[in-house]
Design a protein around this ligand. Sequence first.
Ligand code: FSO
Ligand code: SF4
Length: 526
Amino acid sequence: MSMFCYQCQEASKGLGCDVAGICGKNEVVSNAQDKLILVLKEIGYYASQNRLAGHSVPENVDVFLIEGLFTTVTNVNFDEERVNELIAQGEKLRDQLKGDASLPKEVKIGVLAEANEDIRSLKELIIYGLKGIAAYADHAYVLGYKDEQIFVFMEKALGDLLKDLSVDELVGLTIKTGEIGAATLALLDRANTEKYGHPELTQVFTGTKAGPAILVSGHDLLDLEEILKQTEGGGVNVYTHGEMLPANAYPAFKKYKHLIGNYGSSWYNQQKEFDAFNGAIVMTTNCLQKPKESYKDRIFTTGLVAWPGMAHIADRQKGKAKDFSKAIDKAKALGGLQETPGKKIPIGLAHNQVLQLADKVVEAVKSGALKRFVVMAGCDGRHKERDYFTKVAENLPKDAVVLTAGCAKYRYNMLDLGDIGGIPRVIDAGQCNDSYSLVVIAQKLMEAFGLKSLNELPVSYDIAWYEQKAVIVLLALLALGVKGIRLGPTLPAFLSPNVAKVLVEKFDIKPTGEVKSDVDLIMAGN
Ligand code: FSO
Ligand code: SF4
């Protein structure tokens, strides 16, 4: 075994990647990421010791923590050099914070350094939750939004992971992680909507127009905004890809005529789709895959994303935009796309837009035309078994509506599932970053029906997970008291049998099963 990682749903053989990552992460990068994680825990520990002693912690420490954690999320950074730079910076920060303090115990690098399977499982669950929080907090921070309680919690939780904690203490920390996850998602929702307006129901074009083009993938809305500004009037069209699709519904982006629509589908199809896209491609965040030779010279990374040898657009200098001119010049030099037809798909049903349909929704529920909401949010992935989610969407009766967010939607957003009295049967609230919208919608429905608990609503959860941003969405739902979530296509490899048992007993979590029986159970409220 030259590495060990089991943080995502595609962990090798459902156990863990121990020679090379299925995602393309090699052993050198994996081991460097383990080292970075340890340094981040040490920084967290010393930072929280500083706070305990009444000192403040400089903001650059917390920014380093969120960027460091986000760097280790699946499909973000595959570049050994970049990870090593972060380790060196982190060691410096750690030593500055250290003072006279010392670590609670000697700690070793790597997931398997913790010998007790259940403690390891809970500690990894928490660190993956923290990675998710870090990703969402980073997105908010980039837009100028932050929340001190998130930073303080992040430091403390990272530091606590270096201590000998009991199973009960770790379960408590897991729930707290979920609570902070919900707060982080709420912060990001505020950042996105205050900056770019509330998404509006929009029919997005999925074909192409003739002419030079840039394809923007990932989740970073500020990168997209800057690309749109820098290409305006310059003869280069812009398309979204993957998790950038929901950007087409924001008023601030809809005003750009050269934002043509969405090209392609989910992250795992990128090798085929980028290959066929004769334009420049910008990866703003995960999910990056190993580039094919055919498009290696026209794909650019930016922010925390990196692949060795791939052209990287540098970070913005204070008060200035990033300079995307290399990608724009590349798009022009390539000549561009040809015109292709494409259907239009409805997006933009985030909480504000759905609440404008609230009367219709309440009426449809009261009349029995709408019997159940099925939350099918989360991630997509390459495994064939994810057909399950397409089939569930197809097999749900016509009086059920799917609520979605995240790239999981690509399993069913091209199906013609129709509507219920003007309410689309796939309510697409946006990116996984917008999962908070689904919570707001559920809370508003709860109020409208005078209910006391989310669990009394006619809502079922059939969640698809892949990476750590989905882990925090799941923990946030648990912290909000949601019970009975179905999780698939498989339960996480990092859940030990005992920890899985706790989740089943406390929260009634269950694995996805057969399509037909799951649909029947979902419709019966089980
Ligand atoms: Fe998907 Fe990838 Fe958005 Fe994830 S593109 S899988 S949960 O990074 O972040 O939903
Ligand atoms: Fe394997 Fe997933 Fe880890 Fe990549 S992120 S090494 S695929 S478990």
